[in-house]
Design a protein around this ligand. Structure first.
Ligand code: ADP
Ligand code: MG
Ligand code: MG
Length: 372
């Protein structure tokens, strides 16, 4: 189901009286009238939809369009955005969705969310390096978003169930103007409430779910590659698979952090396992490397282990992608660890200033130091 990239027609939106608004919770929840939606230009192509930039009542929005045959991904994503308490800083803002007739007279589905001006994280990292404060901000906001998704949240009568994303990659993370990040693309996400979970609008028992055939190959955890996801505690298993992918994403950002290379040039961006397997690894190659040989991405030699912040960063990333799914950190725990890392960094820098850097001690001293 790959969509063909095409130009946006200027006015194919048809009025609500000729086509029913999409049934479902979104039309009840949505406070935004999509009539004034203006679609400007195509900005992205994913697996199941094309994405355009536009405006809605003065807001800058992204419009994701799904072809008719990809309706299930649309429905699933809409249902996730429509859950209570999904309005959260590290997630896109959801404006609404609708069904319409596209240029080719086929039914298509639109999902409207807030626009992230810096596009997806992967493209951003390919084109930019980041400094230490930006690395921290990106890691913290992504982790905060994931911790929020993974939590059951209750406020009064409102309940947001635990959500496993199941396709976390640097393409499904977006970069805001201020370089904070948000998690997007909920096409594969599952809502988990006790023993029941909901996907594609259907409630199912955990054991009837097919858990291992989704995601992006490069980011698949070893147990997912082997088809050995533990089905006894589905909620934990699915979160652990997300945490593995989070580890790879944190590694990706860190490899582009200029402050970690001690003045040397930052190596160009590489996908996780690109150094080992190139741009198009096969399932077999991934199984052998990640599941059988238990490989993970490498940290550059030059990163300074004498700096406790760098050590803590590496340990945190390693504890996300642990081979043993049950040994992986939870998102909440990563959030706590990441809050410590900038403190360690500042302390280390301050220590350097006192003891390390100063070839000209007493520089301000009296003229007698200069001798006759
Ligand atoms: P798919 O399910 O087809 O992968 P995504 O939701 O991941 O679709 O979107 C595909 C791409 O479009 C993203 O990787 C990103 O580059 C771009 N994109 C999606 N949503 C936005 C947004 N809100 N702001 C900016 N770019 C976006
Ligand atoms: Mg995507
Ligand atoms: Mg998707």
């Amino acid at each position: 189901g790959i969509l063909i990239f095409r130009k946006w027609p200027s006015s194919t939106k048809i009025s609500n009286d000729s086509v029913n608004m999409v049934e479902g919770p979104s039309s009840l929840n949505s406070t935004f009238d999509l009539d004034s939606l203006k679609i400007q230009e195509n900005i992205g192509m994913g697996r199941y939809g094309s994405v355009a930039r536009g405006t809605l009542n003065g807001f800058s929005v992204a419009i994701k369009t799904f072809a008719f045959e990809n309706k299930q991904y649309f429905q699933n994503e809409r249902d996730i955005y429509s859950l209570p308490l999904m309005d959260y800083p590290c997630l896109p803002k959801y404006f609404g969705s609708e069904e319409r007739i596209g240029e080719d007279s086929q039914i298509e589905y639109l999902l409207v969310i807030s626009y992230a001006p810096n596009g997806c994280l992967q493209d951003y990292l390919r084109n930019h390096t980041v400094d230490w404060p930006t690395l921290c901000k990106m890691m913290q906001t992504i982790t905060q978003g994931l911790a929020y998704l993974h939590s059951d949240i209750c406020k009064g009568d409102l309940v947001k169930p635990c959500i496993a994303h199941r396709d976390l990659t640097s393409r499904n993370i977006l970069v805001n103007d201020d370089l904070s990040c948000i998690i997007c693309d909920f096409g594969f996400a599952i809502q988990i409430a006790g023993p029941k979970c909901t996907q594609n609008g259907e409630q199912q028992d955990m054991d009837s779910l097919c858990l291992t055939d989704v995601g992006t190959l490069r980011y698949m955890a070893p147990e997912a590659l082997e088809g050995a996801v533990n089905l006894r505690d589905c909620e934990s298993s699915l979160k652990q698979v997300d945490m593995y992918a989070l580890g790879l994403i944190l590694w990706e950002i860190a490899t582009r952090c200029s402050d970690l290379y001690q003045g040397l040039e930052v190596p160009e961006y590489k996908l996780p396992f690109e150094a080992e397997l190139g741009k198009h690894p096969t399932v077999d190659q991934m199984q052998v490397l990640v599941a059988r040989h238990k490989a993970h991405p490498l940290f550059p030699e030059i990163w300074k282990d004498s700096n406790p912040a760098v050590r803590a960063l590496k340990e945190t990333i390693e504890d996300c992608w642990d081979q043993d799914a049950e040994a992986r950190l939870t998102a909440l725990c990563v959030e706590e660890r990441l809050a410590e890392i900038p403190v360690l960094w500042e302390r280390y820098k301050a220590g350097l200033n006192i003891y390390g850097v100063s070839p000209t001690v007493n520089q301000t001293g009296s003229s007698q130091d200069n001798g006759p």
